[in-house]
Each structure stands twice: as structure tokens, then as C-alpha cells.
Design a protein. Structure first.
Length: 235
């Protein structure tokens, strides 16, 4: 017991002997290095800007502004981040829309066929419908819908399809091919292509065998006419 009491007394003596400077040092918070950390990240941000690596630059810019809001680095980033993010989102959306289209050119039954194809954004999955623009050196130009599964479309004779081109309502005349494919061919492909060239969002109401009345949505804003091979000029 005497030994324990001695140890307690010794500990109290040591604590009592600590200087005010030692106590103040123990209570002083660690230095704030936020400004230095933010400055280093700002250097990386500026390098990304020079390399036009906009995606990572936007992400890092937000990190600097959110994590170090009161630093000079955050103030510097705010000068460019807004415009950078706006242009990055616009470029990303443009790339997304362009990637929805598939362009192919290949030999096809006595000629050469060039197609530009986009799949419906709605419906998706097994019920997807394709919008196909086709040019064939022997058959000419055509535009049609093609059902990827099922028995295709309900249509007797000419069908009047309600369509909407960026909010502008129109009627598309179509018919089923006599050869039996699950498709609907458009009567006036030339007018449709003129309307398509100015359209970002196209909807077409159809009746399918498997789903009944269905509204098809195509995000057509990424169509590039230059990638769809034109027909050879008539001699």
C-alpha cells in the first residue's frame, strides 16, 4: 500500500511541476494547413485546364471549393468552374447523343447498302424498336421502324402514325412490307428526313402485336448526316 501511495504522490508531483508553456502547448490546436493543401490542388486543377481534361478538372474544382471554401485557391477556382462545368456537361450530352447512332455500309443483294440506325430510348430491353435510315444503290432510299422482337406492328394498308418532333405534332404515313418483316415503312421518307435533321427528341405512336398501343421515344439529336453514305448521283 505504501508503494502505491508513493507512486500516486510522485505522479501528482510531476503534474504539478509542468510549466505553463507545456500546458499551453498541450492545449494549442495543430496548425491549419488548408491554404497550402488547397494551393497544391489548385496547381493540379490549372494543369488539367491546360490539358483540356475537363471531367477531372470539374471534379477537382468542386473538391477545392467545397473542402477549402475560404482559401485563395477556392476563390481562384470559382472564376472558371461555372463556365467549365457548363461546357463539359454540354459536350458530354453531345457525345452521348452521337453514340446512340450506328452507321454501317456493306454489300447487300446486288448493291451497296448504307444505314443509320438508332434504338428507342423507350421502350428498352426486349421491346426495343429501331429507327433505320437506309440507302441502297439498287433500291434507293427508305426509312422504317423495325421491331427487334415479337411479331412487329399492327397495321392494315396505310397507317397514320402520330409523331412529335420536338413538340411539333405531325402524321407519318406508313405500311407493313409485303415480305412480312416486323417493320413499318414510311411513305414520305424525304419529308421525314427534313424534319429529323432539326429534331432532338422524336416520339412515334404505334400499335405492336406484343404491347398494343406504344409510344416510341428516339433521342435523335446526335444524328450526323455526313456518316450516312449518300446514293450515287444518277448519270
Amino acid at each position: 500500500m505504501r508503494r502505491i501511495a508513493s507512486l500516486i504522490a510522485f505522479a501528482a508531483l510531476v503534474a504539478g511541476c509542468s510549466s505553463p508553456q507545456d500546458q499551453q502547448a498541450a492545449q494549442t490546436p495543430p496548425p491549419d494547413n488548408s491554404a497550402q493543401e488547397a494551393a497544391k490542388k489548385l496547381e493540379t486543377y490549372q494543369q488539367l485546364l491546360k490539358l483540356h481534361n475537363d471531367g477531372p478538372a470539374v471534379q477537382l474544382g468542386h473538391e477545392i471549393v467545397d473542402k477549402y471554401p475560404e482559401t485563395p485557391a477556392a476563390a481562384e477556382v470559382k472564376k472558371t468552374l461555372g463556365d467549365l462545368e457548363t461546357s463539359y456537361k454540354a459536350a458530354s450530352e453531345k457525345a452521348r447523343l452521337a453514340a446512340l447512332w450506328l452507321y454501317q455500309t456493306s454489300p447487300m443483294q446486288g448493291g451497296t447498302q448504307s444505314t443509320a440506325t438508332i434504338q428507342s430510348s423507350r421502350p428498352t430491353g426486349e421491346q426495343t424498336v429501331r429507327l433505320i435510315l437506309r440507302r441502297h444503290t439498287a433500291w434507293g432510299q427508305s426509312v422504317f421502324l423495325y421491331a427487334t422482337t415479337g411479331k412487329g406492328f399492327v397495321c392494315k394498308g396505310d397507317c397514320s402514325l402520330k409523331a412529335n418532333f420536338d413538340g411539333k405534332a405531325k402524321i407519318i404515313k406508313a405500311f407493313r412490307p409485303p415480305t412480312g418483316e416486323p417493320a413499318l415503312l414510311f411513305r414520305n421518307d424525304a419529308q421525314f428526313l427534313k424534319d429529323l435533321a432539326k429534331t432532338k427528341r422524336l416520339t412515334i405512336d404505334v400499335v405492336t402485336v406484343s404491347r398494343g398501343e406504344t409510344t416510341l421515344l428516339f433521342e435523335t439529336g446526335g444524328f450526323d448526316p455526313a456518316k450516312w453514305t449518300p446514293l450515287p448521283k444518277k448519270k
